[in-house]
Every structure is written in C-alpha cells, then in structure tokens.
Design a protein around this ligand. Sequence first.
Ligand SMILES: [Ca+2]
Ligand SMILES: [Ca+2]
Ligand SMILES: [Ca+2]
Length: 149
Amino acid sequence: MQQISKTRRALTGGAVPALALGLLLATGPAALAQQSGLSSALQQERMAFEVADTDGDMRISPGEFARDAAAGFSSLDTDGSLTLTPAELGEHDPALFGPIDGDGDGALTFDEVMTYKMKAFEAADTDGDGYLSFDEMVGAAEDQLGAAQ
Ligand SMILES: [Ca+2]
Ligand SMILES: [Ca+2]
Ligand SMILES: [Ca+2]
C-alpha cells in the first residue's frame, strides 16, 4: 500500500493537473488522448472550449468550468450512481484517475472529481486572472499530450 501511495504522489507532480483537465472536458476527452497529431487535438480543444464557454466571452469562468466538468462527469456516469467506476472509465489510463481518487478506493465520486477539476482549473490559469483563456487551455492540453507520450 505504501508503495502505491508513493506512486500516486509521484503522479501528482506537474503534469497531472493538465491530465485531469482533459479527462472530463465535455467533448471527447478520450478522443483527445488518442489523437496522434497536435492539430487535430487542437480542434478537439477548440470544440471543448466552445462547448464549455456558455456565455461566449472566449474565456472559461470557474462556473462554466464546473458546469462543464459536471456535464462530463454525467456523460461518463452511465448508470447514474454519481460514482465513476473503472469500467465506466474504461478508455482512460488508470494512472490518469489514480491521483483524482482521493480516498483510493478505485472509483471516482462526483466530489472527488469536482475537487480535482477545480485544482486543475487553478493550475491551468497561468496568468491568475481567474479565467481560462483558450491559450491557457491549450497549454494545459499540450502538457497532457506530452505527458501521455
Ligand atoms: Ca465564458
Ligand atoms: Ca474514490
Ligand atoms: Ca487566465
């Protein structure tokens, strides 16, 4: 167990907030992770950004981000249990959601995901203005792609 938690801690370094950003953004995070070319990944990001930016001001507010994260959660939570099981997360690398799994029980609750997502939001907001610009989101996604390779 000790060994596992050490590994988890290692995974929470640097790149992981970006990984979590992609994990549950509304438009096909699994597809994003599977893109081999950055340009198609950028198109995915653009779509995800536009879906999340519900007021169209070209920046993602914490509220928009939370709503998008909740929608992403719901779309993955196929049995409506408010918990994502490894089976429901099947297309994702387990290493991606290990750090999100606060209590380490192998399933992700809504609270665990939202807590983690809002940390990811802060990590991605590199200029600290409280909003995510498209560039900030792409920057986080590029970290994600780099970490996945
Ligand atoms: Ca907005
Ligand atoms: Ca859990
Ligand atoms: Ca910002």
